[in-house]
Design a protein around this ligand. Structure first.
Ligand code: ADE
Ligand code: ZN
Length: 345
């Protein structure tokens, strides 16, 4: 594929149809919306202004981020709040030419505060339906268990969610990774697989390659969220490549949480060179400095080895790695080919 000028490469990256597979919907809660929801729900915030809240977004690791992320999510109380949250994300996703979004949500973050699961799932589901009808985005939900809580709590959450089974396509595992290996959730994931749910898990973000092995072997994860530490283990890389297990990589997140000190040091080029099915994602865009196209552009700017061939691979992988139907994947891939023919010829 021909190399393009920077301006044309940026235009191509923005225009690419793409799937976003690693977005925590609570992580798209912008400070402005936190203040609006706090006011609507009669809540007092610990910060005097949007600017003061944004200034607190300086993280040293995953846990320092999670503390602020859970505090931010505490303004979400009613069904309308969850709708407004997801709708704001979909409007941004549409502007980034996202055609498929698989949204993580954290029910325990809300049910532990007394918010009914019905309000969470109904609000998010209405936003997904409207995103499809009005923005042409195919949108689905993935329920995540918080790994710092017990397996028993995860089972209780699954039980509460079963009346809404048709509203989510899979389950995931997120929150504090270190000290909470995937095998802690072996039985609840086995039950989820029996229920026909897709299964994914965060692994190898801060945690070691052993957590990626157990996400694959014990949880039978179909995708690994992050997974960037796999490169420390050549046998693991061979397995991921041979089975085309997708990695949902989030470069701006990795820099904000100090997994890599700078984007220029990110191992994305090496992951691609190893033949892995890598996708790009925003993780928690309100906290990490950008949505999906911001991730594409900042990463391609920081890593000059990335060009049109990698742009094509990342977008194509995002469709391959999604849980959409084969017909949808083929349609989006054809749209990707059209986009390349127009903008990269
Ligand atoms: N929850 C929200 N963002 C997360 C991340 N990057 N890792 C683990 N849990 C999360
Ligand atoms: Zn994540």
């Amino acid at each position: 594929m021909p190399e393009l000028s920077r301006a044309r490469l940026h235009a191509l990256l923005r225009a690419l149809p793409k799937a976003e597979l690693h977005i925590h919907i609570e992580g798209s809660l912008e400070p402005e919306l936190i203040f609006r929801l706090a006011q609507r729900n009669g809540l007092k915030l610990a910060y005097p202004s949007v600017q003061a809240l944004r200034a607190a977004y300086a993280f040293s690791d995953l846990q320092s981020f999670l503390d602020i992320y859970y505090a931010g999510a505490s303004v979400l109380r009613r069904e309308q709040d969850f709708f407004d949250l997801a709708w704001a994300y979909f409007e941004r996703a549409a502007a980034d030419n996202v055609v498929r979004a698989e949204l993580f949500f954290d029910p325990q973050t809300h049910t532990e505060r007394g918010v009914p699961l019905q309000a969470v799932i109904t609000g998010l589901t209405h936003a997904c339906r409207r995103a499809h009808a009005e923005l042409g985005i195919s949108a689905k939900l993935i329920l995540c268990f918080l790994r710092h809580l017990s397996e028993e709590a995860a089972f209780a959450t699954l039980e509460q969610a079963l009346p809404y089974r048709e509203h989510f396509i899979g389950v995931g595992l997120d929150s504090s990774e270190m000290g909470h290996p995937p095998e802690k959730f072996a039985r609840v994931f086995a039950r989820c697989r029996e229920l026909g749910l897709h299964v994914v898990a965060h692994a190898g973000e801060e945690g070691p390659p052993a957590y990626i092995w157990s996400a694959l072997d014990v949880l039978k994860a179909e995708r690994i969220d992050h997974g960037v530490r796999c490169l420390e283990d050549p046998a693991l890389v061979r397995r991921l490549a041979a089975e085309r297990v997708p990695l949902t990589v989030c470069p701006l997140s990795n820099v904000k949480l100090r997994v890599f000190e700078t984007l220029a040091e990110h191992n994305l080029p090496a992951l691609l060179d190893a033949g892995l099915c890598v996708t790009l994602n925003s993780d928690d865009p309100a906290y990490f400095g950008g949505y999906l196209n911001d991730n594409f552009i900042a990463t391609f700017d920081a890593l000059p080895q990335l060009g049109t061939a990698q742009a094509y691979a990342l977008a194509r992988n995002s469709f391959e790695a999604s849980f959409a139907s084969a017909a949808d994947k083929a349609r989006w891939t054809a749209e990707l080919d059209d986009c390349f023919a127009r903008l990269a010829a």
